[in-house]
Design a protein around this ligand. Structure first.
Ligand code: COA
Length: 189
């Protein structure tokens, strides 16, 4: 028997909130977080593989976060969920994780961790929490678009259970996992 397709979007909007992992707190980003993340994101090295530039000012970052707080694209076709990543010990802001969800049920996930906190498994831990959140709310297809040879990001994708596909999007390789591929497998961290 075929199960009816569940539209996860209303559930995602209703469920969006803080997430916790062993070492991290993930908080929905609001404009007031701009001063906390400005220094972290001021590093041009963070844009080496993704393009773009550091925010020009705290005000520019505040404007970006205000835009993200709408949680919907202007045409309503996408939902945007962004979390500030905080180290629980000390409460320091170290980066952010985001997902864009499109109908029927495709979520693109991306992660940024400031240089002083990299290589400690933080991106993996934060991304795994978001992937679990999405899949727990019936999102059937989780993806990440990663520049070729961006080894750190590829490792994060692998560790949260995504696999490299043959697809490309805007010059980046598509990593993904569908509900059918997932079976009962859970992210590894
Ligand atoms: C990609 C990024 C989020 C990784 O953050 P992180 O917290 O260091 O990631 P993790 O520690 O969870 O793990 C990354 C893995 O890649 C490895 N790694 C980290 N930096 C690396 C580097 N420069 N070169 C090679 N491998 C690297 C780590 O050793 C780890 O592998 P392991 O678990 O097998 O030891 C971080 O480098 C970043 O913010 N980059 C800039 C933003 C960006 O490009 N985001 C990706 C958008 S899709």
């Amino acid at each position: 028997m075929r199960l009816p397709m569940v539209d996860p979007l209303p559930r995602l909007l209703a469920a969006f909130g803080a997430l916790a992992t062993a070492r991290l707190s993930l908080l929905p980003i609001v404009a007031e977080h701009a001063p906390l993340l400005f220094g972290v994101l001021a590093d041009p090295a963070l844009h080496a593989f993704t393009g773009g530039e550091p925010p020009a000012s705290v005000e520019a970052l505040r404007a970006r976060f205000t835009h993200w707080e709408r949680r919907r694209s202007p045409d309503g076709s996408e939902l945007w969920f962004n979390w500030l990543v905080l180290e629980q010990a000390g409460g320091t802001a170290i980066g952010y994780v985001q997902t864009t969800v499109r109908n029927p049920s495709i979520a693109d996930v991306a992660w940024v961790i400031g240089a002083p906190w990299q290589r400690q498994g933080y991106a993996t831990e934060a991304a795994a929490a978001v992937v679990r959140w999405l899949e727990g709310l019936s999102v059937t297809h989780v993806r990440a678009c990663i520049a070729p040879a961006h080894t750190a990001s590829e490792r994060v994708a692998e560790r949260v259970g995504l696999s490299l596909t043959s697809a490309w999007e805007d010059g980046e390789q598509v990593w993904s996992r569908t509900a059918a591929e997932r079976g009962d497998a859970a992210p590894s961290r």
